[in-house]
Design a protein around this ligand. Structure first.
Ligand code: NDP
Length: 484
């Protein structure tokens, strides 16, 4: 199986290569096979990417918003037409099953392009009357934005960052995770085909060092990172040195609270989606499932029965419901967390080990019950198919325990009592919440975290604030009244 791109990078409207850069092997996680070999961007290529973005951005910002919108909408149409091929490539890059990549990854990227195309012409300023004089405001582009992506939703992340950036007149230089570098190159090709002028969306490959070079360059106005909290701290600090704008979409350890009166089937289904989709490699997952004691046994019975039926297998097989983890590194990390959970006394309900399938990085969907707040499994982000079920008695107790974490990305509540649903969500410290649903992230809704889980928001109208800045213009309509 091969998925070798034309070249490693995409700069100024064309593929670019410099074999002096360190090699990056792209591995198909279902078999361990090398499917492509790329090179990290050298400093000269990073410079070219930023220079071409800076050149192109000025004219783009001066382009009518409806024209920018038309190009983004065309890109969305091309993505939808090619979705089967793009989904297959996403599956090779990430190991996620076609059942997911066909409906979630590129389709949600196309949604973002369409949504921000729609918003582009609606971005307007204000007029502020001051008697004789007045002030008007303009919402202007920031300039060159850098996007740095995680490996779990590589193409969605590239679209979620580039769509608002481009819609509002910015250019973007995007660095995918070196683990999943292929999708962003496809997006760059599609943008050119849709009519985007060269330089406005450049892709440079590399590890953290390339990301750091981008985040500290004086030509860069904004850095948007999706990644872990430790990386977020580093990138935030690097951006701060240049007083750059940031959006930080970081990790989580989100609570999903199930009250006694909830529908067991719905709550179990949501907990499974919020722990096993993408083999658990989703930042907003509800990995601390708090179940009220009265419903606990029924919840665990149905959870065990339904989890046992999850079909692991070849991600390219339409029937497969769960694929491997993204890499050998991630496999080791997740198996380590499972071993720690066992040694700390969590009760294994199902799963609990590696799944022997080819030589891929598969882990069985795993559920632990009787998890307590102090256990490592309840405190650290695992990023694998490992669910922790905790018990609780009262509403006040569960709210305080749910909030007892450095993270604040997401939270969910299942209850038939809607008053309670709103009351509880109102007290949870999290940026993205659900009542009687979990992990649905339509582009219309702002997405992001509080506390250590991040700053800024992606998607929704909120993104306008994060990819534009206000210019305030005072207009004097009479003589200047100077005292000297
Ligand atoms: P990492 O934090 O390891 O990496 C994120 C990106 O940052 C990668 O492209 C990485 O490059 C790059 N990077 C690493 N060091 C630096 C640096 N010093 N300066 C600039 N860039 C750097 O995250 P993962 O890729 O492992 O992704 C998993 C994490 O992402 C999880 O914590 C998850 O919760 C979070 N995430 C958050 C989401 C959200 O929206 N809140 C959504 C999805 C994931 P490379 O890896 O190539 O070295």
């Amino acid at each position: 199986m091969k998925a070798q791109p034309t070249a490693s990078h995409f700069i100024d409207g064309a593929y670019a290569e410099d074999t002096a850069g360190a090699t990056i092997e792209v591995i198909y996680p279902a078999t361990g096979e090398v499917i492509a070999v790329l090179h990290e961007a050298t400093p000269a290529l990073v410079d070219r990417a930023l220079a071409s973005a800076a050149r192109a951005q000025t004219a783009w910002a001066a382009t009518r918003p409806v024209e920018r919108a038309r190009i983004l909408r065309r890109a969305a149409d091309i993505i939808r037409e090619r979705n089967p091929d793009l989904a297959r490539l996403e599956t090779l890059d990430t190991g996620k099953p076609l059942q997911e990549t066909l409906v979630a990854d590129w389709p949600s990227g196309a949604d973002a392009l369409e949504y921000f195309a729609g918003l582009a012409p609606t971005v307007v300023g204000q007029t502020i009357p001051l008697g004789r004089d007045f002030v008007y405001t303009l919402r202007e582009a920031l300039g060159v934005c850098v996007g740095i992506g995680a490996w779990n939703y590589p193409s969605q992340i590239a679209c979620w960052k580039s769509a608002p950036a481009l819609a509002f007149g910015n250019a973007m230089v995007f660095k995918p995770s070196e683990v999943t570098p292929l999708g962003a190159l496809q997006l760059a090709e599609i943008f050119v085909e849709a009519g985007l002028p060269p330089g406005l969306f450049n892709v440079v490959q590399g590890r953290g060092g390339v990301g750091a070079a981008l985040a500290t360059d004086s030509r860069v106005a904004k850095v948007s990172l999706t990644g872990s909290v430790p990386t977020g701290r580093k990138v935030y600090a690097a951006a701060a040195a240049g007083v750059r704008h940031v959006t930080m979409e970081l990790g989580g350890k989100s609570p999903l609270i199930v009250f006694d009166d909830a529908s067991v089937e719905d709550a179990v289904g949501a907990a499974m989606l919020g722990n096993f989709y993408s083999a658990g490699q989703v930042c907003s997952n509800g990995t601390r499932v708090f179940v009220q004691k009265g419903i606990k046994d029924r919840f665990l019975d149905r959870l065990a029965a339904r989890t046992a039926k999850i079909l692991l297998g070849d991600p390219l097989d339409d029937a497969t419901q769960m694929g491997p983890l993204v890499s050998a590194v991630q496999l080791d990390k997740v198996l380590g967390y499972i071993a720690t959970a066992k040694s700390e006394g969590a009760r294994l309900i199902t799963g609990g080990g590696r799944a022997a399938l080819n030589s891929g990085y598969y882990v069985q969907p795993t559920v632990f019950a009787d998890v307590t707040d102090a256990m490592t499994l309840a405190r650290e982000e695992v990023f694998g198919p490992v669910m922790a079920v905790l018990d609780f008695d009262s509403e006040d107790e569960v709210i305080s325990r749910a909030n007892d974490t450095e993270f604040g990305l997401a939270a969910g509540v299942f209850t038939a009592d809607l008053t309670r649903g709103h009351r509880v969500i109102g007290q949870l410290q999290a940026g993205t919440c659900w009542i009687n649903a979990y992990n649905l992230t339509p582009v219309e809704a702002p997405f992001g975290g509080s506390k250590q889980s991040g700053v800024g928001r992606e998607n929704g109208h909120a993104a306008v604030e994060h990819y534009t800045q206000v210019k305030s213009v005072y207009v004097g309509m009479g003589p200047v009244d100077a005292p000297y």
